[in-house]
Ligand binder design. Sequence first.
Ligand SMILES: Cc1ncc(COP(=O)(O)O)c(C=O)c1O
Length: 412
Amino acid sequence: MPHTQTASRLRPFGTSIFAEMSVLATQHNAINLSQGFPDFDGPEFLKAAAQQAIEIGHNQYARTQGVPALNEAIAAWWKRGGGCEVDPHAEITVTSGCTEALAACCLGLLEPGDEVVCFEPFYDAYLADVALAGAVPRAVTLRPNRDRSAFGFDETELRRAFTPRTRAVLLNTPHNPTGKVFTRDELALIADLAIEHGTIVLADEVYERLVFEPARPHISIASLPGMAERTITLSSLGKTFSMTGWKIGWAIAPPAFTAGVRAAHQFLTFASATPLQHAAAVALASEEGEAYVEQLQRDYAKRRRFLADALTELGFGVIEPEGTYFIMADHTAVSERLGLTNGKGEPADDFVMSRWLIEHAGVATIPPSVFYHDKMEGRKYLRFAFCKRAETLRAAVDRMRTAIGSARRVQA
Ligand SMILES: Cc1ncc(COP(=O)(O)O)c(C=O)c1O
């Protein structure tokens, strides 16, 4: 028997970095700022809604496209957020998290050999989903702009990524891991190119409500002229309601694309957990739900400020996130001052710095080069998640301050 039994198309992807860093974090009793899940529970009214749904007998397979109340709640939520009117039952598919929606889109809408333009760094499932469909990614790199106030992309590079084989653009805004919120002008350029090349857009908007700059609101590309008919918008409950383990997501698209999404969805999972769908409908449709999201957004804004300031004070080069609950920070100045190298006398990369923080400070982060096609692009950054309690963030900062401070004193 060969050593690995994994199918060749999945072998390049190995173990997800999230699983890897979580194991390391546990081993070193580290504070986990790596994987993006809250260390607090979602709202009580939602837990009660799920318990009630179980109690009153919503426990059998749901309709494959979602329980009617949830499809209707998503349609209304979508419209309130600036989307157009959609038929909740013909144009919305409920999936097991956005993760399944992404896989269903790739498997249900792409042909082998199709090209997909995506922005790197990318959420780690993207490349695997594109590969599962036999399609080919074409990466456009997001880099800090000149004044390092935000991440941006080069228009020429984006134009060059489109070829006659381009079938889709995979767009994530607000963007994990950079925290970038795409501007209306950037979206208009992407929309123009999509229309010119006759491509579809898969818009992953799971962080749609986690934005912090009034001047940089979240805009759905589907709301731009000519885009509703070629966009599949994906989102989920997890980030917005602090229930990442519920895995309730959805895809909104015109009927022809919805047919493709459902063709895959019916064989991937058929349907998502019924009682959680009923509770999700309560989250999206109730005043309590809206109040929860607004408060969460205010809390995250404070935690973003705290962590960004603390990291800057420690010597990291923070590029302020406009959205999501992540900060990408350049570790070069810190790793240089600590005298860290990659073992070959070269400057420390993100893995070296991340391992040092786990082992010496007891703080786990993500080395983001795993999110790049070209690993060199990501080696000087670390990704910190701030979807944690204020005391967790304070403790993490204290630990880093102590570890970095004492390492510098030893060297001095
Ligand atoms: C950009 C992005 N898309 C999709 C997902 C997955 O969403 P879900 O938990 O709803 O499957 C995540 C989760 O971290 C994400 O960051």
